[in-house]
Design a protein around this ligand. Structure first.
Ligand SMILES: [Zn+2]
Length: 174
């Protein structure tokens, strides 16, 4: 994907739907971590194709584990952020590790469809079906996931508001 933000749609959607098992901030921010590689290659004109080792399932998993582990000390910051967004948030070390790896893998999968230079199965040169969708279709799918994530988020807010008012209503009744 040319821009990291396109990745936010699919990962926000998956994070929200599976929030019981996944750490949303770790999953979403993994996209930024992976693309630092493309940015560095581009900025320092290293002459490689922009997607190298971090954009593989193998090194990507290591990167995801490192990101998950280094995000652990940030869990209170994430909790505060999620409280502002009114998203229930409970995390743990393992949850953060798993979310880090899945976040990077999801990024690699989406990028593999979009970019010709990704070797997801490195050190094997086998490639995922590149151009399964054309670039515009990938962008549309990412944006559709973004819209779906907003809908899931809205439903979540409405349900939590409803259950809160129901509870206060019950208390008054008692
Ligand atoms: Zn990327």
């Amino acid at each position: 994907m040319p821009f990291t933000p396109y990745h936010f749609g699919p990962s926000a959607f998956i994070g929200l739907v599976f929030r019981k098992w996944l750490d949303i901030p770790v999953l979403v921010l993994a996209n930024v971590i992976v693309d630092v590689e493309a940015l560095v290659i581009h900025l320092f004109r290293l002459g490689y194709p922009s997607h190298r080792y971090c954009h593989t399932l193998l090194i990507g998993a290591v990167l995801g584990l490192l990101w998950g582990a280094s995000a652990y000390p940030l869990r209170h910051l994430f909790k505060w952020l999620m409280q502002i967004l009114r998203i229930p948030y409970q995390t743990g070390f393992w949850k953060m590790l798993i979310s880090g790896v899945l976040g990077v893998w999801l990024h690699v999968l989406i990028d593999s469809i979009y970019h010709w230079d990704i070797m997801a199965f490195w050190p094997s040169h086998a490639r995922l079906p590149h151009r399964l969708l054309n670039p515009q279709q990938v962008e549309v799918v990412c944006l559709a996931f973004f819209a779906a994530a907003i809908i899931v988020y809205m439903i979540m807010l409405i349900l939590s508001y409803k259950s809160k008012t129901d509870r206060t209503g019950e208390k008054k009744h008692n």
